[in-house]
Design a protein around this ligand. Sequence first.
Ligand code: IVH
Length: 671
Amino acid sequence: MNIKEATTRIEDLSKELNLYNHQYYIENVSEVSDFEYDQRLKELQDLEEKFPELAYPNSPTKRVGGDITKKFNTVKHEYPMLSLSNSYSEEEIIEWENRVKKLVHGQVNYVCELKYDGVAIGIRYENGALVQAITRGDGTQGEDVSANVKTIRTIPLHLKGNYPDLFEIRGEIFFPLESFSSLNKTREENGEELFANPRNSASGTLKMQDSKVVAERGLDCFLYGVYGTDLPAEGHYNSVLNAGEWGFKIPTPQKKYLKKTDSIEGIMEFIHYWDEKRADLPFEIDGVVIKVDDYSQQEELGNTAKSPRWAIAYKFKTEQASADLEAVTYQVGRTGAVTPVANLSPVALGGTIVRRASLYNEDQINKLDLHENDVVYVEKGGEIIPKIVAVDLTQRAESAKKVEFISVCPECDSKLQRLEGEAHHYCPNDLGCPPQITGRIIHFISRKAMDIEGIGAETVEQLFSEGLIHNSAGLYTLTFDQIAGLERMGDKSANNLLKGLEESKKIPFERVLFALGIRHVGETVAKKIAKALKNIDAIKAATFDELIAIDEVGEKIAISIQQHFLQEENNQIVAGLKTAGLQFEIVEKELDSAVLQGKSIVVSGVFQTLSRKELKEAIEANGGKNVGSISSKTTFIVAGDNMGPAKLEKAEKLGVEILSEADFIKLIKGE
Ligand code: IVH
């Protein structure tokens, strides 16, 4: 391809991808399959690699990240980023509304919105292109986090419609609860520290150096203000709706996220509605915000030093309870991370009885300035584990001693370590510390790893404390008598477990690799490594460069893999598991047939018998290649109902054969 052709192709692909992105993330519809989308993206990435001078700064490839920001530049805000004055009672809202009415001329309309619990961002657009995204910072200046913000799919890189040439849009970047819990789930599986709450994680994520990691985390953004000198609307409400027309994801009146009203009753209705319904939202809010709609009235009201007079936040009360701190205990996880836990006198909170609260780490204990026997306030936020928010100092005895973080492991007495830049303390005795050993075996047997039937965490602990196993390989040398002899186990359970172990020998290599519990090697990464290097010996022998060349494997993972196999014990475990007969090599699938060998096939439309996924699998299983778009190289198209007219036209123009689903099935069956 020459440079001229590349220019056109890059432009076409970018336009197409921007459109699909908008359809998918803003309009919730999708014209193409994920597969086709990925193919286009890959094509664009390849072209940009070949012709770097042609890559747009706002290319859709920025969505997947890759740009590294070593240091975030400080940028001055064109319009200061003020904060909101908070109120905690309805009376304060009534007073505010009365004051507003007195101070401005004419009738007042109010806009009611949700108060998103995330981090504020200001994004500048010039001639419809995103040019810079800045954090709030101290309100006068913030940090340029553009590369990271560009990975957030709901923030448009290019606008559509009648947008002003120059403006800034402000909003809140947050973690949808679903992304947050799936992130923590993955972290748990990978043996990494869990994040405490969605808000702090959103703010931490936004400041990460590697935008690729940001792209994977699934942040989202809602907008709450448009700033500029030639905005088309005269008030806030229409400005927000306009932003929706330009391609932004806006809070909509349909979802009741946005409401215009001219009365205090209307405002109260909004407050009451969301106070009750906020638990149902897929993201966290900590209140609602009421704003005067009209821009000229906003100007009339002006600002105080810190916040505008034309807006006020109403904060919801979070249910709190007080409890006695009975003790601080420490848990050691499979990676050796030590987590302090507050043991409390039982107290009712949010429909459950709370007895324990996480203290996360040493910094948190110091921040609370926790003393022995303190009376503490607990709160339940979006996170499942309740947290201690404050200490009741009036009830602290003078002689009370400060809670000091332990210096040795509560389980094995090893001296704890705290690595630079990490919040957690670690027990370094990974080979000898009981909860680390059993934690690794429990990970090994877990559902997503070896999925061994007939054994659970309790049995693992029993087997370990009886001295019958020391690692996962030990499971496979257990005898019937050893198992049946355990307390609460009988002949039947022993047989079940032996059968479960036998079955697990069929588990494919990628899952065995995940089950080994190599730090930072989660399910997906294990799959990629298994596919790339094929067997355990190749993985052990792989150089750092070979490892980081694998998709999704970065420096951290590569180092962790190398470290893992430098430990003799880990090699012995692998040897033991190999002897037991586990899969340590990838099994390449045999083809069903070769009827589609060398054929490039496009799947398009909706099907009756097979799903799209099954169709595409069938193509591969019979030697064919799935391709995303129709070209002169396409052998044929399998067309279902509703194949797009553009595709049909293209196929006809290029003379590409079109097969029905039934024809296709006959073909692969050799009929
Ligand atoms: S308006 C000058 N609207 O709350 C007013 N802020 O304390 C500018 N926030 O920094 C902010 N939801 O991060 C506004 N619907 C909303 C909001 C909202 C959340 C945050 C924002 C701001 C802080 C104000």
